[in-house]
Design a protein around this ligand. Structure first.
Ligand SMILES: Cc1cc2nc3c(=O)[nH]c(=O)nc-3n(C[C@H](O)[C@H](O)[C@H](O)COP(=O)(O)O)c2cc1C
Length: 369
């Protein structure tokens, strides 16, 4: 353990023997301090949307195809011209120093070792440049929380570009923080500074709660803001936090080069639908004009399959990777990605799908059990 400002960070570095991703949570809870764990695991209000996110994958079923004469499914794919070994991506998640002393630097290494795509959060514990340098040549995206201060927005976009990131994820579903009860119960404030905020006039985030941090972020975001960011940067801008066809079309109209369907892992609007339930209608409206990334509640290879078969081009998760980070550092993160890849490969074979393109075209049934 490493202790920073009284907060005990894991410094484990080891491969993990994983039965399944949901089982990681209980193990991680034993080593992440209460406040940090509550911030990571929690959703908003009574966690209804958080729970529905994973349950909703039961609303669709994969059609088994036994006589398809395939073996050794190929998980590789590409998006925005980036070749990846797996369609599973690391979602941008804040403050990974809560889980491990090396924070995002270790996550970036583990994600790269698995051949996956890494996304950095604005509120990372390590800086854009350091996280990028941790995995030279490996693809990364940068997630922007828009500040009210445009000079700050532009400086982050410039830094991201300089560090070689391949796209910007502009998160639009967090103009105020969701009502997160675990943070209230634990009286949680961030014990570790947020590296990208250190040059910001509002301070580096240390000692602040998530509500205070979001208060310096933009409290309202319009299509004009999306357009302004898309016009400023020459990187593709993917709008994250889309849960309706209308918002998807608005974002594309404002210059979005991609849509990221997500309800923030049930941490923002509680009472909203499971992200998986809204994916098909959004994919239909987007009609392949731009790629779609999907997250919220993904825990199984079969979930990844179902999301791809429902219109996603890439599928992300947050919490399981953070738990892998706490339990095993870079090697732990790698193990998490490899495990879900293993489950996905089995699913693909049993569904008679050889490639990710086949998965995207695979039929699903919708019986209600
Ligand atoms: C601890 C934590 C921090 C997060 N921080 C961010 C963030 O900084 N920016 C962002 O766009 N999304 C953030 N998210 C949301 C994730 O990008 C993603 O949408 C979510 O984790 C997906 O749900 P899952 O954890 O059930 O897989 C965060 C999620 C968690 C769990």
């Amino acid at each position: 353990m490493t202790t920073v400002n009284g907060y005990e960070q894991s410094d484990r570095e080891q491969k993990l023997d994983i039965l399944n991703l949901p089982a990681l949570e209980a193990d991680a809870k034993k080593i992440i301090p209460v406040g940090g764990f509550g911030y990571i695991a929690g959703g908003s209000e009574d966690n209804w949307t958080l729970a529905e996110n994973t349950k909703a994958f039961e609303h669709a079923q994969i059609v088994p195809k036994a006589l398809s004469n395939i073996e050794n499914p190929d998980l590789s794919t590409s998006i925005f011209g980036i070749d990846l070994k797996t369609p599973v991506m690391m979602a941008p998640t804040a403050a990974q120093g809560l889980a491990h002393a090396k924070g995002e630097v270790d996550t970036a290494k583990g994600v790269a070792a698995a051949g996956a795509l890494m996304a950095q959060s604005t509120y990372s514990s390590t800086s854009i440049a350091d996280t990028a340098a941790a995995a030279p040549g490996a693809p990364q995206f940068f997630q922007l929380y828009m500040s009210k201060d445009w000079d700050f927005n532009y400086s982050l976009l410039d830094e991201a570009k300089k560090a070689g990131v391949k796209a910007i994820l502009l998160t639009v579903d967090a103009t105020v923080d969701g009502y997160r009860e675990s943070d209230i119960i634990n009286n949680f404030s961030f014990p570790i500074p947020m590296a990208n905020l250190t040059k910001f006039s509002e301070g580096d985030g240390k000692g602040k709660g998530i509500g205070e941090i979001y208060a310096s972020a933009a409290q309202k975001i319009s299509e004009d803001d999306v357009r302004r960011i898309a016009e400023y940067t020459d990187l593709p801008v993917i709008v994250k936090g889309i849960e309706s066809p209308e918002d998807a079309l608005r974002a594309i109209g404002a210059g979005a080069a991609g849509i990221y369907v997500s309800n923030h892992g049930g941490r923002q609007l509680n009472g909203g639908p499971a992200s998986f339930d809204v994916l098909p209608a959004i994919a239909k409206a987007v009609n392949k004009q731009v790629p779609i990334i999907f997250d919220s509640g993904v825990r199984r290879g079969s979930h990844v399959f179902k999301a791809l078969a429902s219109g996603a081009d890439l599928v992300a998760f947050g919490r399981p990777a953070i738990y892998g980070l706490a339990l095993g550092g870079a090697a732990g993160v790698q193990s998490v990605f490899e495990h879900i890849g293993h489950e996905l490969a089995i699913t693909m074979q049993l569904a008679g799908t050889k490639t990710i393109e086949d998965v995207k075209n695979a039929p699903l049934t919708h019986f209600h059990y």
